[in-house]
Design a protein around this ligand. Sequence first.
Ligand code: OGA
Ligand code: NI
Length: 360
Amino acid sequence: MAAATTNAIAAAKPKLLTDLAASLSHVPSNFIRPDSDRPNFQDVESSDGYSIPLIDLRDLDGPNRSLTIRKIGDACLNYGFFQVMNHGVPAEVVEKMVSVSREFFRLPESERMKNYSDDPTKTTRLSTSFNVKTEKVSNWRDFLRLHCYPLEDYINEWPTNPSYFREDAGGYCRKMGELSLRLLEAISESLGIEKDYINKALGQHGQHMALNYYPPCPEPELTYGLPSHADPNVITLLLQDDVPGLQVLKDGKWLAVNPIPNTFTVNIGDQIQVISNGRYKSVLHRAVVNSEKERMSIPTFYCPSQDAVIGPAPDLIDPHHPALYRNFTYSEYYLKFWNRGLSKETCLDLFKADSPHHHG
Ligand code: OGA
Ligand code: NI
C-alpha cells in the first residue's frame, strides 16, 4: 500500500518547474543549497557606477578599430566579461526572439513537454535545472536548448508551437552567429595572433542557444537559477530581459550585471582560456532568482564542432609561457562538462598539460 502510494506520487511528480513554481510558498527541499553555498545577497556588489565594461562596437570596422580591439582585450584580461552596444543585431530581430520565447514558456505544460528530454546529448530539448540525471541539488530554472549551426541540420527538430518559433529563433541565430564571428576576430587580434586564428581552430564550428526561464521563487536566498559555473564553449553572448539576475565573480566578490537595453553580455568561455594559453580567463558566473518576477535569458553559445582539436595557440607558447593545457577534442570536453555538474572547480582543471588522461 505504502509503496503503491509512493509510486503514484513519483509518477505524478511534474518534470518541469514553471507551472509548479506558481503553487509553492516554500522552496522544496531538493532545491535548498547548504548554508555554505547560498547567494548571500547582502555581499553582492550592485552595479551602480561599477560594472563590467560596456564597449561600443560602432567603431569596430572603422578607423578606430585598434582602439576598440584594445578595449575588448582589456575587458577579456581583467573581467572575462563585457557588454556590447551598437552590435548590429536589429532590435526587431531581438524583440521577436524575446517574445517568441515568452510565448513558448506560456504554452500549456503538456504542449511544452513534447520537447522534453533529460539526455544532454540531444540536440533539441526542453529540460529543467541543469542535469537532472547527475545533480544532487536542483536549480530554479527550466530551459529549452537548441543546436543552431548549421541551421538546416537542426531547425526541423525545433518546436513548431508557437507557429513562428522556427522563423523568429532562426533569424536571431543567424545574426548572433555573425556577431560571434566578428567578436572572435577582434579577440584573436587582441591576443596578437592572426585574426582568423580562432575561427580556423573551431573546425566546422557549432552554435547552441538556450532559452532560460526562471520562475519567481518564494525563497530566492536558498537556491540558484544557475549556480556558479564557467561556460564550456568559446564565447557566450547573453541576451537578458529587463529583470536582473546575472552575477559575475570579480576579485573574489560577486558583481551584479544588471541588464542594459539593446546590449548583449559577452563572456569568454573555457575554449578561449585554452587557446589563449591562460591569458584570458573563463570567469565564474551565476544566475540568482527573485520572489517578484519571472526572468528570461537567452545565451548564444558559440562553440567548436565536436571533432575540432583545441589546444593553446603555438604563438602564445614560449619558454616563459609553457603550454598550460593539452590538446583535446571538443567532444571529450563537452561530455565531461555535462557529466560532472556545475561547480567552482572548472572543468579546465581536467585538461591541464601535465594531468594524466585516458583516451576513449
Ligand atoms: C548560462 C548562464 C546566465 C543567466 O546559461 O550559461 O550563465 O543570466 N546564464 O541566465
Ligand atoms: Ni553561463
